[in-house]
Design a protein around this ligand. Sequence first.
Ligand code: SF4
Length: 196
Amino acid sequence: MSVVELFYSLQGEGRFTGVPAVFIRLAGCTNACRWCDSKASWTLDGHPQRTVDAIVAQALLFPSRMAVITGGEPLLHPLDALCDALKRHQFRLHLETSGTASLSGVWDWVCLSPKRHRPPRPAIYPAADELKVVIETAADFAWAEENAAQVSPACLLLMQPEWSRRKTILPPVIDYIQQRPQWQLSLQTHKWLHIE
Ligand code: SF4
């Protein structure tokens, strides 16, 4: 598999904020989001090729048994073998996806972060445990509701102010959530804390 980086940190966003985890960032993404903070992961080429066994061996060097598979868009890779191998070592498996490719792997937690310019495949919605919608402009509130209408009733609904616009968009996001308490605020705490 083409791996951009494997590192140990705290989950910075969403329901598991603050939980230590091994992050496995897989290469490849065609979504080209303006605000992407991992543009180095867009290309499949130019990153180390690792076997599943090598990825698992590196993940086992860290004490947490929570692994976050992220990208890029990790679903561009078939993920069943990686999930199987990590599960054999009792990892809790989290997926971070835009939902623009077919779901593979078996997951303990799926974070779906839909992109307005590249909508998710409909089949991903029932699998989402957490819907995390980046709010860049006021138009994204309607986009968030469109997506919320498609996930399961148990799915956590999160709005996350786009980092570069946080000063202007955070107040309307807070106001929106206060008026619609089915939503919660997600912050990119790793950026506030200046950690990876
Ligand atoms: S889906 Fe994620 S990795 Fe891909 S361009 Fe958008 S923010 Fe970047």
